[in-house]
Design a binder for this molecule. Structure first.
Ligand code: 5AD
Ligand code: SF4
Length: 478
């Protein structure tokens, strides 16, 4: 049998969870060629930058990393450097003008062709640009292009259930760089989730640009049916998903939050603006009133649900009054958390041609005001949890001790995880004989004692484990 040389690939992933999944796919495709993922780029034979272009800032980040790679390539000319993801798709060959040292530019639909390209570059020392998009006829190819994860480490893993978007919000370039919406076969998704759970994963995080319209175009099962099938997987503790478009949020899906015991009580439902004028020009296809009605409905079905959102400030033509309406909406809804962005023109997106652009200073001022405004709301919502017991899926040891926590020097001392409502909880345990490591991947009941802007802090109240003690025969249960 021919032996395969061991080689290292380093992938720098910029952007959304979808890119994280795609990077994992790249590794899956490269493994049969002898590549192993490397945590540092110094010893890598192949470096890939998986890029994002959703906002101008993400693009700057990618080009700044590419600048660093230019110097490395000078020292190690044999190293192969590739750019994938959304910038690659958008710019194609043009990237070579800014980064002439690149060996490979490959788009969002070219991941499965990665091995073929790397092989050719290695043997012929040529340069390849592949930004071909799958057409509707080639949809089946999409299914074949994903290698379901056979096993995985970690407590929580992403599973992409669909790609692309057909919505064409006027500020957004996703439909141009990710292509038309395509859903994966539910059988294959469930199989992938099952394999992940069998290898120890406890939480499955389903991904798509608009999961609410999953399967519609292809006549597959609906998203809530898919959720219900995944909910039946033995050994799985939690299911999450993102992102939802408010216009496609159905009552059936809302009911899933009450009906499915493993579905986490959190929904990310980007509203983008609180002004109907702006929403119309964004082509969001819902009004503020319809959005509020859906929020009321979902809170009726699942009162403890956490709701988060995305907001764009400074969309072309956004008046002071439009912005005020956004703040009023935040006040009314009281989101648990918010991602807010200054509008930036993106190539292809039609809003880049809209008149009445907002100055950078006004955009910055509005963003600051909005973040401060939401900061007070988040604080209030987090503080309301002080004194409650929260079920936390333990993910590992917390990276840094929070300023006010009674931390020990031992970095292993503090554990971290999330509530079903997606709040980060760092916690300690008064019982020093507890083996923290065995708690990872388990649900712990934590009494919340402190609230910070982005996390909670507490003490272990109870964990349903028989193996959590290092010493002693008895199991730990309060
Ligand atoms: N400018 C600013 N924010 C944007 N987003 C998408 N496109 C733009 C843009 N051109 C934001 C939206 C979206 C999130 C992922 O990024 O709020 O929901
Ligand atoms: Fe972009 Fe709108 Fe599609 Fe979301 S729904 S990816 S914002 S076009």
């Amino acid at each position: 049998m021919q032996s395969i040389d061991k080689k290292y690939v380093y992938i720098n992933t910029i952007g959304c969870q979808m890119n994280v999944y795609d990077s994992e796919q790249m590794i899956q495709h490269l493994e049969p060629m002898g590549y192993t993922a490397s945590p540092s780029f110094e010893k890598a034979d192949l470096i890939i930058v998986n890029t994002c272009t959703i906002r101008a800032k993400a693009e700057q980040k990618a080009f700044s990393f590419l600048g660093r790679l230019a110097k490395i390539k000078e020292k190690k000319p044999d190293m192969i450097i590739g750019v994938g993801g959304c910038i690659a798709q958008q710019e194609g060959r043009n990237i070579l003008e800014r980064a002439p040292f690149l060996d490979l530019v490959f788009g969002t639909h070219a991941i499965q062709r990665l091995p073929k390209h790397i092989e050719k570059i290695t043997s012929k020392r040529c340069r390849i640009v592949d930004v071909e998009m799958a057409s509707e006829i080639e949809e089946l190819e999409f299914e074949k292009s994903i290698i379901p994860m056979q096993s995985a480490e970690g407590v929580s893993r992403f599973v992409t259930i669909m790609r692309g978007c057909d919505n064409y919000c006027t500020y957004c370039m996703v439909p141009y760089v990710r292509g038309r919406e395509m859903s994966r076969d539910p059988e294959i998704i469930v199989k992938e989730a099952r394999m992940l759970v069998a290898s120890g994963v406890k939480e499955i995080f389903l991904l798509g640009q608009n999961v609410n319209s999953y399967g519609k175009k292809e006549g597959l099962c609906s998203f809530h049916e898919l959720l219900s099938r995944i909910n039946g997987i033995e050994g799985l503790l939690r299911i999450r998903f993102t992102t939802s478009h408010p216009k496609d949020l159905t009552e059936d899906l809302m009911r899933s939050f009450a009906d499915l015991d493993r579905l986490c009580h959190h929904i990310h439902l980007p509203v983008q603006s609180g002004s109907n004028d702006v929403l119309k020009r964004m082509n969001r296809r819902y009004t503020k009133e319809v959005y509020i009605e859906k929020i009321n409905q979902i809170r009726n079905i699942c009162p403890e649900i956490a709701i988060t959102s995305d907001i764009i400030v400074g969309f072309p033509g956004e008046t002071e009054n439009d912005f005020k309406q956004t703040l009023e909406l935040l006040q009314l809804i009281e989101y648990d958390g918010l991602f807010a962005f200054q509008y930036s023109d993106r190539p292809n997106a039609s809003a880049s041609g809209f008149p009445n652009k907002i100055s950078e200073t006004i955009k910055q001022d509005r963003l600051n005001e909005l973040l401060e405004f939401q900061g007070r709301i988040t604080k209030k919502r987090n503080r309301a949890l002080i004194g409650t017991i929260q079920e936390v899926l333990v993910e590992g040891f917390s990276k840094k001790e929070t300023k006010n926590s009674p931390a020990r020097k031992d970095p292993d001392y503090q554990l971290t995880g999330r509530t079903s409502t997606n709040k980060i909880v760092n916690f300690v345990c008064d019982d020093t004989s507890m083996n923290y490591r065995t708690m990872i991947g388990q649900i712990a009941s934590v009494r919340i004692e402190k609230a910070f802007p982005h996390s909670l802090w507490g003490k272990l109240d109870r964990i349903d484990l028989t193996l959590t003690k290092i010493k002693g025969e008895e199991s730990y249960a309060a």
